[in-house]
Ligand binder design. Structure first.
Ligand code: CMC
Length: 432
């Protein structure tokens, strides 16, 4: 296959290199385009722009494939654990037994946060969104670990990575406890990562909280499903912020802010709110389907559509199965699940959605599962953030260590006023 592309501009032909990834994806390398032609490319929303070469995650949106470091998401959710997948994403291979034990031990022993950080929590209003708290508190970690956040030396980087993985569930749970006025519950190092998440969220100091192992397993699977998704909005944020050599805590804090938006991770909360609204208005999905299709309305069917998946979202398939299993075990008869099924069924047979290849995405069913696990709606995106953290770290680490690492700095095409003379204040006409 051709390894160059030709571009003809104003009668001159330029040769541009074509590069190919290990799964056969091809890209035209335009790195020298401006220097050679004076032109830049434009691509709003970066839908057609490869921002980096990456060996972490492969996805094929047409075929519904998602692989991390070569392993299929179906295998990872069936046979692995969240911490093992975190190790895989960050370091490139599954750990051997010794590496695995050491990694789990390290993450387990860094779960406490500095006691002074508790004072910071107390300053937030009771009704603060937990994503606001999470983003602020993760950034605050850079005030407590001032050198390590900038670390590119591998030993220091390793400890920073373990700290972040260990402390984020503690911070998330404290944010929740603060919002409901309950005392903070300290992590329990005898529990697994996901069991500990449930314990710090739902435990209280006055009685023993028994973590249901099946629910901890379902949560672990959910976290794996969210662990990485190549160059999405929040991951691109980590890379962009990190490219200025801002510290890892600051870069992850920015990624949490990006994830919060309803078009990205915030969609899981938005899905639940939409299903609730449909339920409260009598359960008819048709009106919402109509609104989603109406171009004069800004309403979108939350949990539907994806920039990359144009067939199905493999994560949604896995979650749907887990969701059925957990609801059955808990004996939950959730009317919202019924509405979700009806909505999915209607949309999948509606020309508008079929033509635009709009399928349920990961957020469509994750909210129902979080709800069944007892996690409140406002915490859904926080759970997504806990899950996505290994991916953010892996992508940041890859970016920092890349031989061609440069600060991220896109160009633009200016469409404003051309040069005009400055008018002193007393000579300016009155604006209308
Ligand atoms: N409901 C109704 N119409 C939609 C929807 C939707 N959910 N999603 C896309 N469309 C339409 C859109 O109006 C456009 O129509 P037309 O061609 O007539 O102008 C067409 O489909 C293409 O949409 P787009 O906005 O160009 O697609 P995009 O790739 O820029 O956006 C998306 C992708 C995920 C932001 C979008 O599908 C959406 O807003 N979905 C709802 C929010 C959501 O569920 N987000 C979670 C995404 S998955 C997890 C994650 O990333 O965190």
């Amino acid at each position: 296959m051709a390894n160059t592309a030709q571009l003809s501009i104003d009668g001159t032909t330029y040769e541009l290199p074509v590069i190919e990834g290990t799964e056969g994806e091809r890209a035209i390398d335009i790195r020298k385009l401006r220097a050679e032609t004076g032109l830049v490319t434009i691509d709003s929303g970066y839908g057609n722009t490869g921002s980096c070469e990456s060996a972490i995650t492969f996805l094929n949106g047409e075929k519904g494939i998602l692989h991390h470091r070569g392993y299929a998401i179906e295998d990872l959710t069936s046979h692995s654990t969240f911490l093992e997948v975190a190790y895989l994403l960050i370091y490139g291979d599954l750990p051997d037994e010794e590496q695995s034990n050491a990694f789990i031990d390290d993450v387990t022993r860094h779960t406490l946060i500095h006691e002074n950080l508790r004072q910071v929590f107390l300053g937030f209003p009771l009704n603060a969104h937990p994503m606001a708290i999470l983003s602020s508190m993760v950034c605050s970690l850079s005030a407590f670990y001032q050198d390590q956040g900038n670390a590119t030396d591998s030993a220091e980087m390793d400890i920073t990575i373990r700290r972040l993985l260990a402390k984020i569930p503690t911070i998330a749970a404290f944010a929740y406890k603060k919002s409901i006025g309950q005392p903070f519950v300290y992590p329990d190092n005898s529990l697994s990562y996901s069991a500990n998440v449930l314990n710090t969220l739902f435990g209280v100091p006055c009685e023993q909280y028994e973590v249901d192992p099946e629910l901890a397993l379902a949560l672990d699977q959910l976290l794996i499903l969210h662990a990485d998704h190549e160059q999405n909005c929040s991951t691109s944020t980590v890379r962009l912020v990190g490219s200025s050599r801002a510290n890892l805590f600051a870069a992850v804090s920015a990624a949490i802010a990006a994830l919060w938006g309803p078009l990205h991770g915030g969609a899981n909360q938005a899905v639940l709110e939409m299903l609730n609204e449909i339920h409260e208005s009598g359960g008819g999905a048709e009106k919402y389907i109509r609104m989603a299709k109406d171009k004069s309305s800004s309403f979108r069917l939350m949990g539907f559509g994806h920039r990359v998946y144009k067939n199905f979202d493999p994560r949604a398939k896995i979650i749907k199965k887990t969701c059925d299993r957990v609801l059955e075990k808990l004996g939950v008869d959730d009317p919202l699940l019924e509405i979700a099924r009806k909505l999915e069924e209607t949309a999948l047979h509606d020309d508008y959605f079929v033509e635009r290849k709009l399928y349920p995405n990961v957020d469509f069913y994750s909210g129902i599962l979080y709800r069944a696990l007892g996690i409140p709606t406002e915490m859904f995106t926080v759970m997504f953030a806990i899950g996505r953290l290994p991916g953010w770290i892996a992508q940041w680490r890859e970016m920092i260590n890349a031989p061609d690492a440069r600060i991220g700095r896109p160009r633009q095409i200016y469409t404003g006023e051309t040069a005009r003379p400055f008018v002193p204040l007393h000579h300016r006409p009155k604006s209308q």
